[in-house]
Design a protein around this ligand. Structure first.
Ligand code: BGC
Length: 354
């Protein structure tokens, strides 16, 4: 649907702040901030569709947000290396105000590492694609981020859904590995020790019955595991354990045409996520399964409203319908338009071979 493609670009560019930040969703009060995770995928999508200035402005915003916290990064690294416990005031937060300022939200689940790995990955792609070198403040911020991830990667943290802080999550590890590999390339620095450690952790601790699991110590599947291979390339797509994981996602997390996060998700009842369905389509396109990718993208297109705006999730095939209203009363109707949903739709449509 070319209209949805054009509209997705327009929605993202219109919402992007003059500072370069991408808000997750301006219409949804809790999401009027910029997340490293969402923003990095959005920047990647903008590069794919040729909107390189938009991506560059996001990366500059992200770099500035990190540089202004250089002291914190060094404190976190020092404490982590000494084996001392980290407090919330010692770690990089996951979401920021549109000027990069801190958000006063004492109890937000702020300790999440995946977004910083994803940022390095997207930054590396941006520069490779544009044939430019990562230098100046971007390079300084990339170095700080890699230092931070190298010191903290083993620690339990909130997952990419901002939950389960006491566990280590394979998706997060894969995002960190992709970021470290990107940093190796841009800075000519070896991260072999960390990359081998992450690979060992994935192959030795993150498999149950021949498939990857949501978090170490659990047995569940989670749709974000698609990230292990697409795009983070921590696991080969043709590894039978990765194929088994994709198969489980398709069998256990899809009742209708869309993909749920995990089988006990209760956020807005635990419906079908647009960005995850597009993510799975992206994976299938990379494998050359165009027919399957198109089926999934067709479902995504059907979720757009009359103004071609995509939501975060769709309240059908709910895991736990009782929770739907609980969340509507707490935070309002499901976020729409969610910029990350639009970004994943663009990525899945643009990048069959990446
Ligand atoms: C999701 C996160 C996302 C955030 C902003 C949360 O509900 O779980 O993955 O980064 O919304 O879109």
């Amino acid at each position: 649907m070319t209209d949805l493609r054009a509209r997705s670009i327009e929605i993202i560019l219109t919402a992007q702040a003059p500072s370069g930040a991408y808000p997750a969703c301006l219409e949804f009060p809790t999401y009027r901030y910029s997340w490293f995770r969402d923003g990095s995928f959005i920047a990647y999508a903008m590069d794919l569709v040729g909107e390189h200035d938009s991506a560059r402005q996001f990366h500059q915003w992200a770099a500035a947000a990190i540089i202004r916290r250089a002291d914190l990064v060094e404190r976190a690294v020092g404490k982590a290396r000494a084996g001392r416990p980290l407090e919330l005031r010692d770690v990089l937060h996951t979401r920021y105000g549109l000027e990069g300022e801190p958000v006063e939200d004492g109890d937000w689940p702020n300790f999440q590492l995946d977004g910083f790995g994803t940022w390095l990955w997207a930054l590396g792609d941006h520069h490779r694609r544009n044939g430019t070198e990562v230098k100046g403040p971007l390079r300084a911020a990339a170095d700080l981020t890699a230092l931070y991830l190298a010191a903290l990667w083993r620690l339990p943290c909130y997952d990419c859904w901002e939950e389960f802080p006491d566990r280590v999550h394979p998706h997060t590890l894969a995002a960190i590995a992709a970021g470290m590999r990107a940093h190796q390339e841009m800075a000519s620095i070896e991260h072999t020790h960390e990359l081998e450690g992450i690979a060992r952790c994935l192959y030795e601790d993150a498999l149950v019955d021949g498939a990857f699991i949501k978090s170490l110590g659990t047995r569940d599947v989670d749709a974000s595991l698609v990230g292990l291979t697409t795009p983070y390339d921590a696991i080969d797509a043709l590894d039978p354990r990765m194929e088994a994981t994709i198969d489980l996602i398709e069998r256990k997390l899809m009742n209708g045409g869309g993909v749920r996060r995990y089988s006990t998700d209760t956020y807005y009842g635990g419906g079908e996520w647009v960005l995850l369905t597009a993510w799975l389509a992206w994976h299938h396109r990379r494998q050359g399964n165009d027919t399957r990718a198109e089926q999934l993208l067709h479902w995504v297109e059907e979720q757009a409203d009359d103004e071609y705006r995509l939501p975060e999730q769709v309240p059908s095939s709910l895991n736990d319908p009782a929770y739907y209203q609980v969340w509507v009363e707490r935070w309002g109707e499901i976020a729409r338009p969610l910029l990350w949903s639009h970004a994943m739709y663009l990525i899945a449509g643009e990048s069959p071979f990446l």
